[in-house]
Design a protein around this ligand. Structure first.
Ligand code: AMP
Length: 150
């Protein structure tokens, strides 16, 4: 099976290269274009139980700054992996739904995402991988991360 349009989701942690390396091993065999995305979470989402209204103006600048830094880091990764700058996406929102939506709008036929071994419901998949797999409109490659810690 070959893939033409691959969406790679990274959280800009040190594990991002493992996810990108797996995507590249797919394109090395079959070709295909890589879109690269990171999703910046709004402060209100990160601290969902707290009322962030008193620092609303600060929250806006927090998100702008986070978005600027995320874009810079993502563009550096894209350059390292030979991904076109136009195929780099920084989105503000909730990672799971935003990755699924971008997969639809870019007509991705494969999503590549990291997967942590954790406890309980997310034991086999990380929470974001779980959210993406649920209702994804295409195949999903879950790249197993942190093998050593289990
Ligand atoms: P986690 O949900 O923390 O277990 O993350 C697992 C994987 O989901 C990461 O390795 C990324 O591939 C993806 N991911 C998590 N958070 C984000 C994010 N904010 N933006 C894009 N991808 C993400």
């Amino acid at each position: 099976m070959s893939y033409d349009n691959i969406l790679v989701a990274v959280d800009l942690s040190s594990e991002s290269r493992a996810v990108l390396d797996s995507a590249r091993s797919v394109t090395a065999r079959t070709g295909g274009r890589i879109h690269l995305v990171t999703v910046v979470k709004p402060l209100t989402q990160v601290y969902g139980g707290l009322d962030m209204a008193p620092i609303a103006s600060g929250a806006i600048s927090f998100e702008e700054e986070a978005g600027t830094q995320a874009r810079q880091q993502l563009e550096n990764l894209a350059e390292e992996y030979g991904i076109d700058r136009n195929d780099v996406h920084v989105i503000l929102g909730a990672p799971g739904p935003e990755i699924r939506e971008l997969a639809r709008s870019t007509r991705a036929d494969l999503i590549v995402i990291g997967s942590h071994g954790r406890h309980g419901l997310s034991m086999l998949l990380g929470s974001t991988a779980n959210a993406v797999l649920h209702d994804a409109g295409c195949n999903v490659l879950a790249v197993r991360l942190n093998f050593d810690e289990e």
